[in-house]
Design a protein around this ligand. Structure first.
Ligand code: UD1
Length: 417
């Protein structure tokens, strides 16, 4: 079982590179299934979610190889993946539905798994595919979509990131024009649009809520470097905000991090963008209010890390989680360290400024794991984070190493034989 030890680290300083975005890489890997030609994805982060996605691509018939941090993919002929256990390890496995359907006319998939942060249905993905002309059949844990796709007008009831990505990937090979209204606007979607365009897709409106896709006969290979991870950068920014110091997050895209940086700046951190990335100085001192929203609103993936920051600022902070219904699982663990947090439905009230004490806590999901690592930076003594499901390895490329590079005392403990 992965286990981490973090010792109170009053000051972080130094420079650390930001890895490539997990949430950009996963759909981009899935999009490689849209062409029989070779695709090269550069600077792919070494994460278990990424390794699982490569496994799913192989289960779909693609050849995959890695050259350094470049993924080399070739999907000459593709079909439904039947690796049920693999599909259930990760929510993002649903992203192969659109590409395989568009490319072959049908796809059968075990319903995806992932973090236990909410129900996470895929109704919006399926409704959109139906609009494109697919027949959808569900049988227990399996979904089957089939049919020739034709451009259509799709309105998403909610700007789901995954549904927007799946529908984009289906639409690029559909006959005619597809319009997706109320599409998600996350930078990872814009990145997927840029990658698909590099493959020969015709997409207008990238980065807006209205995407227009003109279907093409086929796509060609491409080489692409996805964007830096705004969530990893945001987590490290929260770490900097906890411990008065001076940190450079190399190649962080602050234009993708406005909502978080606004919160941290209001709270007292000095955030400066320069040619090398994002510089952070000082410390968060004032309580804050944060409501999670779709991009460009405050990201749900940074709610847990920011809550750790709110634990140390003096006064009452108020958080509202509107995206996932079960995303306060870190609260009970933060309380074990002495945090004073009350949850009322979607609302969390954090009475900050009380010192935390090191202790033994358990990671319940990916971002909760990060929040607990950060709590270890300010808790007196040592904090041990058990991560029985290996959540941290799914989404952070050596978070403990990056914290250590900034002067923290954070290690992954050697697993006992
Ligand atoms: C993606 C991100 C995840 C992030 C989330 C919200 C990836 C791999 N993961 O997840 O890190 O936390 O966006 O920013 O990119 N919903 C439905 N029906 C659907 C689809 C979604 O009701 O068909 C609901 C979900 O249950 C959830 C909300 O919409 O409450 C947001 O989900 P969505 O935007 O789809 O998130 P993911 O793509 O799963």
């Amino acid at each position: 079982m992965p286990q981490y030890k973090v010792t109170q680290s009053p000051r972080l300083s130094g420079e650390v590179p930001v890895s490539t975005s997990k949430n950009a890489v996963l759909p981009i890997l899935a999009a490689a299934l849209l062409t029989p030609e070779e695709v090269l994805i550069h600077q792919v982060p070494s994460l278990t979610d990424v390794h699982h996605m490569m496994g799913i691509l192989r289960a779909c018939g693609a050849e995959t190889a890695t050259q350094g941090s470049t993924a080399v993919l070739r999907a000459v002929s593709v079909g439904s993946p039947h690796e049920h256990a693999l599909l259930r390890t990760m929510r993002a496995s649903v992203l192969v539905l659109g590409p395989i359907l568009a490319r072959t006319g049908s796809c059968e998939l075990s319903m995806p798994g992932g973090c236990a942060i909410g129900q996470r249905p895929i109704d919006l993905h399926l409704k959109g595919l139906q609009k494109l002309g697919a027949k959808v059949e569900q049988d227990g844990g399996t979904v089957r979509v089939s049919g020739a796709l034709k451009g259509a007008n799709i309105y998403l009831d909610f700007p789901s990131v995954g549904a927007t990505e799946n529908l984009l990937m289906a639409a690029v090979l559909s006959k005619g024009v597809t319009r997706i209204e109320n599409a998600a606007k996350e930078p990872e979607i814009t990145d997927l649009c840029h990658f698909l365009t590099a493959m020969g897709a015709r997409i207008a409106g990238a980065g807006t809520a209205n995407l227009t896709v003109e279907g093409v006969e086929g796509l060609h290979g491409a080489a692409y470097t996805p964007i830096p991870d705004r969530i990893e950068a945001g987590t490290l920014a929260c770490a900097a905000a906890l411990t008065e110091g001076s940190v450079l997050l190399e190649s962080a895209r602050s234009d993708h991090m406005r909502a978080l940086l606004f919160k941290l700046t209001e709270s007292g951190l000095i955030c400066q963008e320069d040619a090398r990335g994002l510089r952070l100085r000082g410390k968060a001192r004032h309580p804050m209010e944060a409501r999670t929203l779709s991009y460009p609103g405050f990201p749900t993936d940074l709610q847990a890390p920011l809550m750790t920051v709110a634990c140390q600022t003096h006064g009452l902070s108020v958080f509202l989680e509107t995206i996932f219904e079960n995303r306060y699982m870190h609260v009970i663990e933060l309380r074990r360290l002495g945090a004073q947090i009350r949850v009322e439905g979607q609302l969390a009230l954090i009475q900050g400024g009380k010192p935390l004490n090191g202790g033994h806590v358990t990671a319940t999901d990916l971002r909760a794991a990060a929040a607990l690592m950060l709590a270890g930076l300010i808790a007196q003594g040592e904090t041990v984070v058990d991560d029985p499901a290996g959540h941290l390895l799914r989404g952070y490329e050596g978070l403990e190493n990056k914290l250590r590079a900034l002067g923290a005392d954070a290690v992954r403990l050697v697993e006992s034989p």
